[in-house]
Write a protein that binds this ligand. Structure first.
Ligand code: ISL
Ligand code: CA
Length: 555
């Protein structure tokens, strides 16, 4: 299918988790003046869009994903003036700003919720989902994403309220037209300030199916996809938001949410749907969840990983669009998860740079990935800050589980792995803060940091810059076709090598990615020109060394 051209298809996103990027005043919390002081660095990468995780007022039960005032800047992060300077600074450098829109739920400290709980006659009562219990039990057996019941008894209200996330994140009632109007108003408020789009948090779960009934699913994952996600009115709500507000601005939206599958995604992002412009899907991020969920991880299945990428690429041929990513603030570090963060850290980090930036879609790079930041070791739960990890730790320990064993799992899959401070230099606290950081820095900051990477021409950082520059001068990478290859020059592609061609009208690139420590000496095309590779001495026709990755121009 001929691709419709849109400016947002041609961009690359850089995600910043503001608490952890740069602290400017020594309170140990990253802030907007800190980000402003790093704008030249961000521009130097060659990325086009900055997506900021939430910076609004919040009691921080879930680090800002629990918003108590949508029209404010959290004082920890700065002021509205700082925000304006940041926005202008990005625009002056030719970049765009995308904000996080978290409207499945608010904080319980939001004024709407405070009013809502006061009385059944409050004009805000129907802003949330209140129910009587079943005897002394909650209205349904629903479990929250972060463990425990999804219902909380509220003394003041004398009823239960629904919270799919923590009990400080009550779900909004989107059935109520007043709620939808509030959302439209706040979206308009930020768009009128001149921002360039929204990343829409758990947008797949905003519509609930009524009446609410008990789940008969064995796992939380099944319950989420079957019962919480893709509710009956989700598309109606998104279309309404789009036609009443979003469509009036030259911006883009990227939706996230569990339960968006390869087969239903097109209903969210099909080009004539008038809903979202693109989505983040989680098929490659959730594929290692075991029967017990995320904190019961399975070994990485590379074959599955490649199949997921291939199959989601085809969404684009159906007229949809997506944002490929391998890590964000909810997962763990790409080089630890899919690469090798020990002996082949440099090579494997560069391999994933090539993969991410030679795929179709609008790629998203998470801060720190451009210098190959890794997971860290959490030996005690006191070092953790993430409500999800902490909740599941207690659930595990309360059931008699071994705390040390769970800490190993947190070190492997916990969200705090990606929330440690950005590593700027080998100075105290990695140059992140002059005070004590809100979460400990990864001790490897002494060797893995921006300053060191700037000085080393062969660094992961310089590699990202080269890769981003290459993508920019070859626009066919955005709109051209993608073909996975099972054979190269008559040779079968091994199971741990990902190989594909990208074709434009005048160009064909062959991408060879050895996602393993094995050597494949003879796997190469007959001829071609090596455009970029992750080894110093390399050629188009030489084979593949451990974690070797190449972009070869075939014509
Ligand atoms: O984090 C996850 C797995 O560890 C996801 O299941 C995540 O909870 C889900 O994708 C929703 O994430 C978003 O909404 C949450 C917030 O905690 C996340 O940080 C946010 O990205 C609630 O707002
Ligand atoms: Ca600060």
């Amino acid at each position: 299918m001929e691709q419709t051209k849109n400016w947002w298809k041609e961009k690359v996103i850089y995600q910043i988790y503001p608490r952890s990027y740069q602290d400017s005043n020594g309170d140990g919390i990253g802030d907007l003046p800190g980000i402003i002081s790093r704008l030249d660095y961000i521009a130097s990468l060659g990325v086009d869009v900055v997506w900021l995780s939430p910076i609004y007022n919040s009691p921080n039960d879930d680090n800002g994903y629990d918003i108590s005032d949508y029209r404010s800047i959290h004082p920890d992060f700065g002021t509205m003036e700082d925000f304006q300077i940041l926005l202008d600074g990005l625009h002056q450098r030719g970049m765009k700003l995308v904000m996080d829109l978290v409207v499945n739920h608010t904080s319980d400290e939001h004024q709407w919720f405070q009013e809502s709980r006061k009385s059944p006659n409050s004009p805000y009562r129907d802003y949330y989902i209140w129910r009587d219990g079943k005897g002394d039990k909650p209205p349904t057996n629903w479990e929250s994403f972060f463990g425990g019941s999804a219902w909380e008894w509220d003394e003041v209200a004398g009823q239960y309220f629904l919270h799919l996330f923590t009990k400080k994140q009550p779900d909004l009632n989107w059935e109520n037209p007043k709620v939808r109007q509030e959302v439209k108003d706040l979206v308009k408020y930020w768009l009128d300030k001149g921002i360039d789009g929204f990343r829409m948090d758990v947008i797949s779960v905003i519509s609930k199916e009524y009446p609410l009934v008990d789940s008969d699913h064995d796992t939380l994952a099944e319950c989420i996809s079957d019962l919480y996600a893709n509710g009956p009115r989700v598309h109606e709500y998104l279309q309404e938001l789009h036609s009443d507000v979003l469509s009036k601005y030259d911006i883009f939206t990227v939706g996230e949410g569990p339960g968006i599958t390869r087969s239903n995604a097109i209903e969210y992002v099909g080009k004539d749907r008038g809903e979202l412009d693109m989505i983040f899907h989680f098929d490659h991020m959730f594929m290692d969840h075991g029967p017990g969920g995320k904190y019961d991880p399975l070994p990485l299945d590379l074959g599955k990983f490649m199949n997921v990428i291939e199959s989601w690429d085809a969404l684009i041929d159906e007229g949809g669009w997506l944002s490929p990513f391998f890590d964000n603030h909810d997962f763990h570090r790409v080089v630890t998860r899919f690469g090798n963060d020990k002996e082949y850290r440099e090579e494997s980090a560069k391999l994933f740079a090539i993969l991410l930036l030679t795929l179709r879609g609008t790629p998203s790079i998470y801060m720190g990935t451009e210098i190959g930041m890794t997971n860290r070791e959490f030996s005690s739960i006191d070092q953790c800050r993430d409500v999800e990890g902490i909740n599941f730790y207690h659930i595990h320990v309360d059931k008699g589980g071994d705390p040390a064993a769970f800490m190993k799992i947190i070190s492997q899959v916990g969200r705090d792995n990606v929330r440690t401070p950005m590593q700027w230099s080998d100075q105290s606290q990695g140059g992140f803060t002059k005070g004590t950081p809100w979460i400990d820095i990864n001790p490897n900051y002494t060797t893995i940091n921006v300053e060191q990477a700037e000085q080393d021409e062969g660094s992961i950082l310089h590699f990202y810059r080269s890769m981003l520059a290459l993508r920019k001068i070859h626009p066919f990478i955005v709109y051209g076709t993608f073909h996975r290859l099972q054979e190269v020059n008559g040779q079968a592609v091994p199971a741990d090598v990902f190989c594909y061609e990208r074709r434009g009208e005048h160009e064909t690139w062959l991408i060879l990615l050895n996602i393993s420590g094995n050597t494949y000496e003879s796997l190469s095309p007959l001829s071609g020109t090596l455009l970029l590779g992750n080894y110093d001495q390399a050629s188009a026709t030489g084979g593949l060394r451990p974690w070797e990755a190449k972009i070869i121009s075939l014509k």
